[in-house]
Design a protein around this ligand. Sequence first.
Ligand code: SF4
Length: 313
Amino acid sequence: MRFCFGPVPSRRLGRSLGVDILPRKTCNLNCIYCELGPTKTYTCGRAEYTSVSEICREINEVIAGGADFDALTITASGEPTLHASLGEILACARALTDRPLTVLTNGTLFVDPAVRRDVAPADVVLPSLDAALARSFRRVNRPALCVDFEGIVFGLESLRKEFTGRIWLETLLVKGVNDTEEDLTALRKAYARIRPDAVHLNTVARPPAVSWARPLIGRELEEARAFLQQGLDVPIEIVVDTKRRLAEGFHPLLEREILDMLLRRPMRRDEIADLFGCGGDAVARVITGLLAQGRVREEPFEGKTYYRAAEDI
Ligand code: SF4
């Protein structure tokens, strides 16, 4: 499969059938916590980066093959709203499934009415907003020069007015970077303007693009959540890994599928075992083989060992 992957257990979406619609790491940001590594194609230009007909054909094939999923998620190894035919891709997916359609996005392009129109067929849009102060935005998200910082909150506000589905806004806090009281106060004001259905608070949980991006510990996250929630009627919750187990036997344990997943994001052995519904010993055998062949590498983070596909390095 070139575009579809999973279903993967998602903290927020259950079993999510992912559709990755862009060439690897095409983005208008270069976030310090990005688990995909540094941005390769740094652009704000919307274009036909991949073929809509090929994407639709593949979604159709996966669904016709009996894939069992809770949500179909349009995502990218980068920023999916950069695809000029996002609307067409969503319309195609809508025609193929009645499961919820979701879009994971960095939320920077909704100032463009065409992007807001494109996501209209989705049931849930999950944009990010990590900083509402320009200085912190530059530090945590490292935007391309073409990104209109002032337009981001305005764009999300406009999306709220026009979009009939749900908006779950995500804020990822990096210790000492975008978690000061000033940052949180500005974020709270932005939430009040945007009025999402929920705010999901997150922190660095996988090997980041830069080694110095550190997570908040549980108590710090809870304090940030309580501070952000003051006087705000939008629910704010801390999102945590569900480690949801997929149906036994949905995925055969194949080296290629594990590699495919590790190409998209670094994972721990226990997460792989959880994802594929198989025992830790079987995963250990496959990973040992892949390490010996130089096709994956180990990456320590916060006292845990993650594995990343060598093609990703
Ligand atoms: S985290 Fe998302 S928005 Fe940030 S650089 Fe990576 S792909 Fe782009």
